[in-house]
Design a protein around this ligand. Structure first.
Ligand code: IMP
Length: 196
């Protein structure tokens, strides 16, 4: 069965294709020359955004479509930046600018609890959709550590490993919010598509 992956991010295409390797699902993406319109992510939740993207692109391509939305939620900041993670310090913000704002907003704040969240949605051209959530807990540290990863990784510390996500890319790929959401999707997908 062919499923379209609605992302322009080649790293995500690779990662998701690998996880679904060995299943009955063949992933198609922009790498196969299929162009897709931009979807405005104006929802208040990760669920709303990933569902909107999956359903709009499913309708456009007339294919079953997977889309995702992710971000960082910090407990002491009322779960901000949340759906605004990519543009926390403004449109077209760099990772460095977003991290600077995060650390500034946590100045003198003791509670450093945070989580990364991903919601993956499988949407059908007929309007049906199924969402899967993955979360990973950590703490925000003031001084960045590590060179790998992207986004907030150098400030996202996981006590169990005594490392930030930017210091442990291989472990990150196994325990991350994205890995968990994808594995949940992988478990559910055959049943949803009535195959396997
Ligand atoms: P997206 O929905 O996966 O594109 O993620 C939106 C934003 O959330 C990114 O631009 C990052 O700022 C942040 N983010 C999501 N996942 C991660 C991660 O694994 N590490 C660090 N930052 C992330």
């Amino acid at each position: 069965m062919k499923v379209f992956l609605a992302t322009g991010n080649k790293k995500k295409i690779d990662e998701i294709s690998k996880i679904l390797d060995g299943s009955n699902i063949e992933i198609l993406s922009i790498n196969d020359g299929i162009e897709i319109p931009e979807v405005i992510e104006d929802g208040n939740t990760f669920e709303e955004n990933s569902k909107k993207k999956a359903l709009e692109i499913a309708k456009f391509t007339n294919m079953i479509t997977i889309a995702d939305d992710s971000g960082l939620c910090v407990e002491a900041l009322n779960n901000e930046p949340g759906v605004y993670s990519a543009r926390y310090s403004g449109e077209n913000a760099t990772d460095a600018e977003n991290n600077k704002k995060l650390v500034e907003n946590l100045k003198n704040v003791k509670n450093r609890k945070a989580k990364f969240v991903t919601v993956m949605t499988l949407g059908k051209p007929n309007g049906e959709s199924y969402s899967f959530r993955g979360e990973v807990q950590g703490e925000i540290i003031d001084i960045s550590r590590g060179k790998d990863g992207f986004g907030y990784d150098p400030h996202f510390y996981v006590e169990e490993y005594d490392k930030t996500f930017a210091e442990m890319p291989e472990i990150k790929n196994k325990i991350s919010h994205r890995a968990k959401a994808l594995n949940a999707l992988k478990k559910g997908i055959n049943e949803i598509l009535n195959i396997g």
